[in-house]
Design a protein around this ligand. Sequence first.
Ligand code: PXG
Ligand code: PLP
Length: 444
Amino acid sequence: MAKSTAFEATPNNLEAFWMPFTANRQFKSKPRLFVGAKDMHYTSVDGRKVLDGTAGLWCVNAGHGREKIIEAVRDQVGRLDYAPAFQMGHPAVFEFAARLTNLLGADFDHVFFANSGSEAVDTALKMAIAYQRARGEGTRQRLIGRERGYHGVGFGGISVGGIVTNRKVFGSLLNGVDHLPHTHDLARNAFSRGQPDHGVELANELERLITLHDASNIAAVIVEPVACSTGVLLPPKGYLQRLREICTRHGILLIFDEVITGFGRLGASFATEYFGVVPDLITTAKGITNGTIPMGAVFARKGIYDAFMSAPADTIELFHGYTYSGHPVACAAGLATLDIYKEEGLFERAAGLASYWEDAIHSLKGVRNVIDLRNLGLLAGIELEPRPGKPTARAFEAFLKSYDKNLLIRTTGDIIALSPPLIAEKKHIDEMVGTLGEVLATVD
Ligand code: PXG
Ligand code: PLP
């Protein structure tokens, strides 16, 4: 883009927009705006092509500007822009639900739609408590999350979540929530390739919480199979299996929050498939529409929906839903997205690239300030030693410098996260790692 057009594209007043999870004043003093995107690249307002190392915010799994999705959205909005979500329906939502349950496999038979990961999490937590009551276990109301977990920003999500900054100024949150310890253990697991060897015993902490609260009071445990937002924290070998065993033994529902790990990120449809561990509820969002239109969803394991069906057939079974649950345009985007994933074999593609990705990421060993490198599927976490007394500053400097060098990365604390679109080619991976290596060498 020519400089003059770029100037016109920059708004004069950045003030009114209260930006989410952003240092507003810092940003507005030196804004970073994108004005276009295609495949692996964004176009910045100053006309640069910026390589997308993060699939947007972990959502654009099929890459940007996919014609098939654009067409489907255009067509749907022209035919049926909106249909009431309650007591009415439209064809696309039923088709999409059926396609999604097919993708999930035989264990899951129903889908509830929301509009974001946060709403999907709220839905799943409510469903879990209501399910326990529906099956005659109404005292099971407690929820268990995990330290360093991210489950969005609704009150339910921040209550079970484990990020101090996301919780501390928002009051007393939900009652009756407890937390497992996180699984991140640099002392024992630094520079592991794939899942770390140490830490399966951390799942036993669930037994301790069950002893404390009693199983008869616990509705559900919610974890991310891989905790992405807090820095790509991987589950130790055997850990998720053990959580599953303990939950089953005690009649506690296990919820996998697959907002990021869903739709191919690990080189399988979902983490449940990748790890071979079947939860009772799965929350997802992001890649469900390739990030094109907001959407979230909850998948219910066989038997959960049925437990709500005992009242007379003319009664509403679950008093929950959103104006935009199963929005026609989101469903159209989702259907086209599933077509692309399938036609291009993108989940398999991610699986095929994973070892190249692993080698590329681990080539950063020895680079200045790098204290850990970790990877799984097409995910990576690059942990930096924090600057004494100035946590986050070092990684944020790397973020800014990478952006200046035409690479978009994501940082959380002093951890750099990478999660490229699944259409990435080896040359893109080389460029990401190359640029990052150069940048880190200049960050003291
Ligand atoms: N659960 C998980 C596991 C997530 O990763 C949410 C719930 C909430 O989804 P919504 O659509 O309400 O944002 C998420 C979202 C980051 C980052 O870079 C991560 C998310 C969102 C924005 C930024 O760490 N994860
Ligand atoms: N607030 C008001 C005043 C409403 O009328 C509604 C929905 O009808 C909502 C909030 C909930 O909005 P949504 O269904 O989009 O989540």
